[in-house]
Design a protein around this ligand. Structure first.
Ligand SMILES: *Cc1c(COP(=O)(O)O)cnc(C)c1O
Length: 291
């Protein structure tokens, strides 16, 4: 059953980023579904298939602005699965748009303390139900196998760049890529020193020598941003028509652009994976972005 229009993801050349030595392309996974954001669909697909086969209720974890929570809610609705989200922190008086949308997709929400969240505790009454647990962010080997189906035409590009949170998407790309393809991940967390090790655990082999994780473009840390980043997002949109999100893809595009004359100088055809996440921009003050 094909429920998501993967064929809607446009692949195009980004003239503004191309240099004399490098052609830069983008794969617009943000276009496959308005709520099931880009890479989250790929990471979820096999988890949801398993839950569907076993007839269990899906439960997963996330914060109040989580792309993963909303994607899970919307994908479960498409699959006819019931689902619950375990949300970090106290229940707010007024829900942020992400949570409002998740509820309108049929997700039941449970708010837990930060400590309980950290320990991945499953609150009552959920703990007594027959549930299928999807790890936070879709992390895990099942998520990797799903991410390995991201349709980026393995072998066509010598370099493929993506944003990295848990690193599951990057691990999936490494899993499906030919050995001579460079996979470059841009970490959006500050001091996430264990990221390489986490990716290697998922992959069950060391990171190949030609692939790497860059830690220089986190802009202060997870979901942090600067005026410079916002300016870049508006500029990128104005010139290319590509909208980005401030948590992941803007940092990725910024990092790629900054490295075109150094780390990527020898790349001839470089692909940027636009992994979606645009709904998260709703947490920015109104008027911050021109799109
Ligand atoms: C979750 C997310 C990522 C990070 O994916 P990981 O597999 O956790 O590294 C990247 N981009 C967007 C838009 C996301 O929502």
């Amino acid at each position: 059953m094909q429920l998501i229009r993967e064929d809607l993801a446009e692949l195009s050349r980004v003239k503004w980023l191309c240099t004399e030595s490098t052609n830069v392309y983008v794969l617009r996974l943000d276009q496959i579904h308005p709520l099931i954001s880009g890479n989250k669909w790929y990471k979820l697909r096999y988890y949801l298939e398993a839950a569907k086969a076993s007839g269990q209720k899906v439960i997963t974890f996330g914060g109040a602005y989580s792309n993963h929570i909303l994607a899970t809610a919307a994908a479960c609705k498409l699959y006819g699965l019931s689902c619950a989200g375990i949300i970090r922190g106290e229940e707010p008086e007024q829900y942020a748009p992400t949570l409002t949308d998740a509820v309108s997709q049929g997700m039941e929400l449970h708010f837990v303390s930060r400590t309980a969240y950290k320990e991945h505790q499953i609150p009552q009454p959920l703990a007594g139900e027959n549930t299928y647990v999807v790890p936070e962010g879709g992390y895990g080997f099942t998520g990797l196998l799903g991410a390995a189906t991201i349709p980026y035409l393995p072998g066509v590009f010598d370099t493929v760049c993506c944003a990295a949170g848990t690193g599951t998407m990057m691990a999936g790309l490494l899993h499906s890529a030919p050995a001579d393809t460079t996979i470059a991940g841009f970490s959006v967390l500050k001091n996430h020193k264990s990221l390489t090790a986490e990716i290697e655990t998922l992959l069950q082999r060391p990171l190949p020598e030609n692939s790497f994780i860059n830690n220089d473009f986190h802009f202060g840390g997870y979901a942090k941003y600067t005026e410079e980043l916002i300016h870049f997002m508006n500029e990128l949109y104005k010139v290319t028509g590509i909208p980005t999100d401030f948590v992941y893809t803007a940092k990725l595009f910024y990092g790629v652009k900054a490295l075109l004359d150094s780390a990527f100088k020898t790349s001839r055809n470089l692909l940027i994976i636009h992994s979606g996440g645009l709904q998260g921009n709703r947490s920015l003050p109104k008027g911050t972005l021109i799109f």
